[in-house]
Design a protein around this ligand. Structure first.
Ligand code: BTN
Length: 236
């Protein structure tokens, strides 16, 4: 059954391989903004070929969004900020931070990850996973945390609704005022901003000071060679 959250048409399924797969199938047939959630994912995936362990009770959602390449980086940044604000709404005492490009961390442990995948033409799938009731721990390359482990008794559908509100608010602000204020808010919450970091890339690591992000959502790193705009990688 098709329901709605704010202006988003929404379908929830019991189980799927990945909500991003369902969103891709949807876009094969119709091109319009849509929200898909699943109670269970059997093959959840993350960035750079990693899997996303999908324990029941956590939130798995995909939004279909239309964007040209020019705006995509800004959308990526907004998605992380919307999750970060959502985490802080349910857990005001937690130090929630956005980790470039769009992970969300609390106390240095990952609470959410976001995977953008391209679909047809200028349509994209924004897949968001938020640890609500539990934090997968086996075989993880990083520490994990959940809202419930922080003492916040949220349920996944409340988290979903609030996330959509935050994301919609940001979209509205972006359309009205552009990216500058959003970028400032993001930098205020950015993990390791102004500090020395290592960016792990497929073939090499880059070390430097995390100076800022640019208007394409790339990370600006001050290395020994000078300023570099980093397009992909993981921050450590
Ligand atoms: C990452 O941190 O590497 C990104 C994780 C993205 C996980 C979400 S859960 C909903 C959607 N479906 C997937 O298979 N992946 C995304």
């Amino acid at each position: 059954m098709i329901k709605k959250i704010k202006d988003w048409e929404w379908t929830e399924v019991e189980q799927t391989s990945s909500t991003n797969d369902l969103a891709a199938q949807f876009l094969q047939e119709v091109k319009r903004p849509y929200l898909i959630t699943a109670k269970r994912q059997t093959c959840g995936r993350g960035r750079r070929g990693r899997s996303w362990v999908s324990e029941e009770g956590n939130l798995f959602l995909s939004l279909t969004v239309q964007s040209n390449m020019r705006d995509l980086g800004q959308l990526v940044i907004m998605s992380g900020l919307a999750v970060c604000r959502t985490v802080n709404y349910f857990c005001p005492q937690a130090l929630a931070e956005v980790k470039w490009p769009n992970d969300v961390m609390v106390e240095g442990a990952k609470i959410s990850g976001i995977l953008f995948e391209s679909a047809k033409e200028d349509w994209w799938i924004m897949g968001v996973g938020i640890n609500v009731v539990s934090q997968p721990s086996e075989g993880m390359m990083y520490d994990t945390i959940s809202l419930n482990s922080l003492g916040c008794k949220a349920q996944r559908l409340e988290v979903l609704e609030h996330f959509i509100e935050e994301f919609d608010e940001l979209l509205k602000q972006w359309k009205k005022e552009g990216f500058a204020e959003i970028k400032k808010s993001w930098l205020d919450k950015a993990y390791k901003h102004g500090k020395k970091i290592i960016i792990k890339q497929e073939r090499c690591n880059k070390e430097g000071i995390f100076v800022s992000i640019d208007d394409n959502g790339n990370l600006i790193l001050l290395t020994e060679e000078g300023m570099e705009h980093i397009i992909v990688g993981d921050v450590f």
